[in-house]
Ligand binder design. Sequence first.
Ligand code: GCV
Length: 784
Amino acid sequence: MSTLGQDLLEQTAAIELRRGLLSLSGGVPLEVGPNQILLGTVAEMRVHDKKNRSLSLEPDEFLIRADHGDLAREIDVVGGDDRGVLYGAFALLRALAQGEDMGKANLHEKPAMPIRWVDEWDNADGSIERGYAGRSIFFDAGHVRDDLAPVGEYARLLASVGINGCNLNNVNNASVFLNPEMLKGIARIAETMRPYGVRVGLSVDIASPEKIGGLKTYDPLDPAVKNWWSTKVNEIYDQIPDFAGFTVKADSEGQPGPASFGRTPADAANTLAAALAPHGGIVMYRAFVYNHHLDWRDPKADRARAAYDIFRSLDGKFAPNVVIQTKEGPIDFQVREPVSPLFGGLTQTSQAMEVQITQEYTGQQRHLVYLAPMWKQVLDFDMQVGGGYTPVSEIIAGKSFHRPLGGMVGVSGIGRDAWLGSPLALANLYAFGRLAWNPELTPEEIATEWTRQTISLNPPVVRTVVTMLMQSWPAYEDYTGPLGLQTLTDITGSHYGPNIESSERNGWGQWHKADHEGVGFDRSVSTGTGYVGQYSPGVAKMYESAAITPDDLLLFFHHVPYTYKLHDGKTVIQYLYDSHYEGAARAAQFLEDWKSLKGRIDPDLYANMLRRLEYQAGHAIVWRDAVVQYFLKLSGIPDDRGRAGHYPNRLEAEDARLTGYHVIDVTPWEDASGGKAVSCPVASGCTAEWTWNGAAGNFQLAVQYFDLQGDAHFTFLLNGNPLVSWTPNADLPSRRPNGDNSTRFTAPTVNLKPGDVLAVKGTPDGADPAALDYIELLPETPEK
Ligand code: GCV
């Protein structure tokens, strides 16, 4: 293998190819035989071989072609620039790792959009906002970490899927990152990521001139403020010549902003842009600006309107190096939202779409949720601007409105625990990069590529994993918030377990407006908040009337009675029941699917995901029961199929003979079966005991308990004999027993006869009171 040039990234390409080929060949050295791989930029190739004279490639673009001589075979990896060479090398490895015959190679690709960034929400103390995979790889205790080896590995990972920028820190509380000592550390990070073509950027606090600069104001139009930013930016570029730029969250969720001085986002963005422009830096100004003290009694108040209301009138007022970065939906990374209307509202402004790789509202990596199908729906959505074909993918690529900049930003949340914690969650990081590179790819193609490179080339294994991935988002939606209700989680706290009313009667504006008669938020122009009018007429027409709004967004756009009929004739309430049962059943099926892979995949991966999928299957039941019993009570309409509120196989803890345990009300009530549980205040332990009145036979036992912070211990006893014990210590949110930590333990088969005494003994530990909700005994079907 040889390189034609000495550029840094070209050298990285050669190193990566060697490393990858060695690993693919199982360690067999490469330098044998007459074949060769030649790496170079298009300019170098032109000099090297005259037949390349007319070859022309853009930056980041690459071409891989095989040349068959008589004796030797040559594969050329040609890049439009050295970064293109690196992307070509990774593409070659991607193909080889999937067993493709590169002897016939002819791959020619270029990225669809220039900005392909990940945003980290890492804090200087090493914690990560909405991160579910441990602590920061970048920061600790207010400084950049000494050990940046994981940062180098992360840059490799990013470059391998074409990501070219990494914004390092949280958009909240960002001012400390501009301190001189911190900037020195940031320069070290930049140096570590540079060989992979990943440029670093920083989130900045718009109030920095006052907070750390000693000025009396941060008014973006004040000359001293402008000057402060220019000086600061110069200081950054002195140390990081390829610094990518700034990301800004302002006037949002308590962050300071230009509104304090009567200035607009354009004023603030342009001040930063002016400081960055001489160095080639850009400003990613987030459209996530809204008032979180909305009046929930006002039928016209609507958070979904905010971004468009604020930014639309500023179109054309932003400097050329400003990009408006908009979340894919108008609220906040919910399990389903319509596409943000702002994408269609800015035609003279560069735009980027922000999605979340870290699963804040989608199961926090404890649930398997492959997000590419959701992102893809957004990318493909036709905004019909001016009546023409303007899909989001082309708007953000800069194509629809001929913008110089644009792209995709993924909030990554990676940490020191295996990047994203769950091994299968990495498919989301992979998919993000692949879609930003080529939004034409299908989620299924991407899942297949990823599985073949990461897990196995064996077709039945690939089929199983890809099917699980593809079904995971719809399943999660089914058991956490279908019909456009958004994730029915605790929106003021963990964003994890069920808490259906937490979104109501407060200023955050994530309302679903469920009452005794009906559910959903009227956002129509004719009778609602008028949000629908922010879309182009073609799109607005689809959402204005409940009759033609797609079912999966019905309740986002309309308030309807529970008996309202969906397109297939099913009522809304029955759909809510059915989808929750179906979603939870699918989560149970994932576990069975995974079990079919035993012995066919890496044993550590198998065991790791098995644990997670067991947990998910149990937590999906928590979700199912919470949402179903909540809407049953609120609507008073029974489930046609008799499931909601009827649990014939359950023995409730509050109905047991209790020794030591006392009965508690769980908040919110829907998070426990019947709203109640038992909690143990006695250090030596408590017991809940039931006498079996059912039929004789074999039963599968499940114990539903609350896993709080501490190592409480549980034992199940039959007629006084301990059958099984467990000490749960998963790190789950919340300090009180609720749906965040309600967990299901599934025990082996028990054989019961009438009169048997069943008991659970719980021994508390620290803040974990060994709280218990119920036990369930599901009759096992006799084997035929
Ligand atoms: C960084 C949501 C999250 C916040 C996040 C915010 C944002 O509200 O819950 O943690 O803050 O979005 O995107 O700015």
